[in-house]
Design a protein around this ligand. Structure first.
Ligand code: 5GP
Ligand code: MN
Length: 336
């Protein structure tokens, strides 16, 4: 392992750097990547953000996202950048399988791989790391990286502050989850001091729905929500035809699962979506119900205790049945 202090010394010289993050980047994945991008660029490095897939439209306002390359749309140039990189920063994931189409080329690369992440159970592909599964967001760790490990708070621009703010805001459910410690609020206060316009960021992320998306939400609440009181569980099951009917694109289903969790007494919520090529699951829970364990045991996934995701290649009705069949095993946790 290379220490962060040695990394700091390496960064004193100009380096070719690639930053990447997980498939279907969310606010934390993109926010932490863009923050690091701006900071490394300020120090004269040759930096490219390469994301494995597209990302939600509600993140398209983010400063620097226009410079990010979507791997599948620019494979040749991306492969060249990855092969020639001196350093690859891997943000907000800790298993290379999370970058799907980029897994092989990143694994083969001889670049120094630096992982900054807050998920449990790192695979161990990295050469250097800032890893803390208690951190509220990878953006919190990037703040820690710049301020404390690189000793460079003075170089945090308004764009960096806004990117970090977005990551922490989205990964804490707007500062609601138990991960939102006093330290998180102190960091947020500092980011506002450094130029993050908090009100504008909330506006950009949450008040940017299309009419279709809002109508889809109404449709799903009315027709696709199933509450199972016996297990304090609620499920949204979304068919492929629903996505088509409302012209749903990446990010449009973000946050839907939280409506299931908002039903009084509900302790486990699942959003199960038929994305045609595979069924995707998003789980959320209250207390000790381990979403990550459920996802890794049954749905080829993982994540955090209270928020995790997974997938299945089985048809939607079967996935719903599998999910329901798991509930008795967790009955104690679900009902006490
Ligand atoms: P979401 O439900 O918002 O897609 O994801 C919730 C959390 O679970 C995030 O921390 C995300 O990184 C993780 N997660 C989502 N899908 C997967 C997956 O397929 N595999 C793993 N290991 N983690 C996932
Ligand atoms: Mn995250």
């Amino acid at each position: 392992m290379v220490s962060l202090n040695d990394l700091k010394k390496k960064l004193a010289q100009r380096q070719k750097i690639v930053i990447t993050t997980h498939y279907k980047p969310d606010g934390d994945a993109l926010g932490s990547s863009l923050a690091l991008y701006h900071w490394l660029t300020k120090h004269g490095h040759e930096v490219t953000v390469i994301v494995p897939s597209d990302y939600p439209a509600f993140l398209s306002w983010m400063p620097g996202q226009e410079d990010a390359i979507i791997y599948t749309s620019h494979k040749e140039i991306s492969d060249k950048l990855i092969e020639e990189a001196d350093i690859i920063f891997c943000l907000d994931f800790n298993h290379l399988s999370r970058i799907l189409p980029m897994e092989d080329v990143v694994r083969k690369s001889t670049a120094l791989k630096v992982m900054i992440d807050h998920h449990i159970g790192p695979e161990g592909f990295d050469d250097a790391r800032l890893w803390d599964c208690k951190a509220a967001a990878t953006a919190q760790l990037v703040y820690d990286f710049i301020v404390n490990h690189m000793d460079d708070r003075k170089e945090i621009s308004a764009d960096i502050a806004a990117s970090l703010y977005t990551g922490i805001m989205t990964d804490t459910g707007s500062f609601r989850f138990p991960s939102t410690t006093a330290e998180v609020h102190l960091i947020i206060a500092d980011l506002i001091t450094l130029g993050a316009q908090n009100w504008k960021i909330h506006e950009n992320v949450f008040n940017s729905s299309t009419e279709n998306r809002l109508k889809f939400l109404g449709f799903a609440l009315l027709n696709r929500l199933e509450v199972i009181p016996e297990y304090n569980t609620a499920i949204f099951a979304i068919k492929a035809e629903d996505l088509k009917q409302f012209d749903i694109t990446t990010g449009d289903t973000e946050g839907l699962v939280n409506y299931a969790l908002s039903v009084s007494g509900i302790r486990l919520a699942a959003l199960i979506i038929d994305r045609t090529e595979r069924v995707k699951l998003s789980l959320r829970s209250i207390g000790d119900i381990p979403c990550n364990e459920i996802c890794s045991r049954f749905f080829e996934g993982g994540g955090h205790k209270n928020a995790a995701g997974g997938q299945s290649t089985k048809p939607l009705p079967e996935v719903i049945e599998t999910f329901k069949s798991i509930l008795p095993e967790y009955k104690n946790l679900l009902t006490t």
